[in-house]
Write a protein that binds this ligand. Structure first.
Ligand code: SF4
Length: 377
């Protein structure tokens, strides 16, 4: 089983905190759709005949694409790959794109899961983040999506925003629960280098981010999610039982995926490749029959370290049996020995042959993983 990721690199405007590859423009969207179709035809053997069980339109803002372009891309996927009948087809959307007509058309095109980038229900937070949608559009887009038949819904929320008090964060979460959304991704606001937000904070033009505030929000998040029956199944992802993102879970489980579009990454178990992060070059090279990309063959040690990093981010944890089978007994024993320190400090538990981060440990997931990385070649 495998997945297909399609990167749509357009946004209405560049949000001040964002460092993803996207352009504040909607020009050339139809050309990109054609280039993506051409790339998928060129790379139809990449997944080596594995069935496709998830398709994910990410970005950027894929909801800016014309529905006819989404249909054409999906048709090309069906023609060139073997797609499972009950495949999960997700589209990332911003609230200001989700008119009722658009929602109905997306449903008809075959999209069966929406991930809506709402970030906050409160206008002052949306203003701080320079989002283009308003707080009233947030609730409207969710209820419209549900009425259009999208029960499999996810929303993104950001915490640690300097305008967001503890009470405001609780209200945001309670609002999400009251709207019966089965999947919530919650991210701590990170100030990335060279973003407008970083410059504004450096020049004293906007409030800085406070780590203690983020920490307090994280504890509220853990408590309210648990109280409302949500599973914390990945560092930033929560869902009601069974409502996991199948696409993202497949990434964390090391399944193979083909990434299409500018800057998209692909993985086939032994190598990783990434397309050129430049729209004009992407369109030009897709038309010439070979998208410009770079590739890295993954050594055993890189594969091991990637497994440690991704598995520890999930509630299923790092399975010592998998490590034993793939990398050998000695490596598994060493990993267990190195992990003992984190078990003693209660940042990690060792259960049924698996190393699993505790809620406290999840706060430091990346740091703990890197402490456990192997350096042996
Ligand atoms: S809409 Fe999303 S991808 Fe686009 S600029 Fe804003 S945060 Fe970045």
């Amino acid at each position: 089983m495998a997945g297909i990721y399609i990167h749509i690199p357009f946004c209405r405007h560049k949000c001040n905190y964002c460092n993803f590859y996207s352009l504040a423009s909607t020009r050339n969207m139809d050309q990109v759709a054609r280039a993506i179709i051409s790339e998928l035809e060129q790379r139809k053997d990449y997944l080596a005949s594995q069935n496709v069980e998830t398709i994910y339109f990410g970005g950027g803002t894929p909801s800016l694409l014309e529905t006819s372009d989404i249909e054409s891309i999906l048709d090309a996927v069906y023609k060139n790959f073997s797609v499972e009948k009950d495949s999960e087809i997700t589209l990332e959307a911003n609230p200001d794109d989700l008119s009722q007509e658009k929602l109905i058309a997306l449903k008809k095109a075959g999209v069966n899961r929406l991930s809506i980038g709402i970030q906050s229900f409160r206008q002052e937070d949306l203003d701080y983040l320079s989002r283009t949608h308003s707080s009233s559009q947030v609730t409207q887009s969710i209820t419209d999506a549900q009425q259009a038949g999208f029960q499999n819904l996810s929303i993104d929320l950001i915490y640690g925003i300097p305008t967001l008090t503890d009470e405001g964060w609780e209200q945001n979460l309670q609002k999400a629960f009251s709207l019966k959304i089965p999947h919530i991704s919650a991210y701590s606001l990170t100030v990335e280098a060279k973003t407008p937000l970083e410059v504004m904070i450096r020049k004293g033009k906007t409030k800085p981010v406070d780590e203690n505030l983020s920490l307090s929000h994280y504890h509220i998040l853990e408590r309210l999610m648990q109280y409302n029956g949500f599973e914390h199944y990945e560092v930033s992802n929560f869902c009601l039982p069974g409502a996991y993102s199948r696409h993202n879970t497949a990434y964390w489980q090391g399944k193979h995926y083909l990434g299409l579009g500018p800057s998209a990454h692909s993985y086939n178990g032994t190598s990783r490749s990434w397309n050129v992060a430049n729209l004009a070059k992407y369109i030009e090279t897709a038309a010439s029959g070979q998208v410009e990309s770079e590739q890295e063959t993954l050594s055993q040690v890189t594969q091991l370290n990637e497994y440690i990093m991704t598995s520890l981010r999930t509630m299923w944890g790092c399975d010592l049996m998998v490590v034993r089978k793939k990398f050998g007994d000695r490596i598994a024993e060493k990993l267990l020995k190195d992990a003992r320190h984190f078990v003693v400090t209660e940042q990690m538990a060792y259960r049924d042959g698996k190393l699993i981060l505790t809620p406290e440990g999840r706060l430091f997931a990346d740091g703990i993983s890197s402490e456990l990385f192997s350096e042996e070649e």
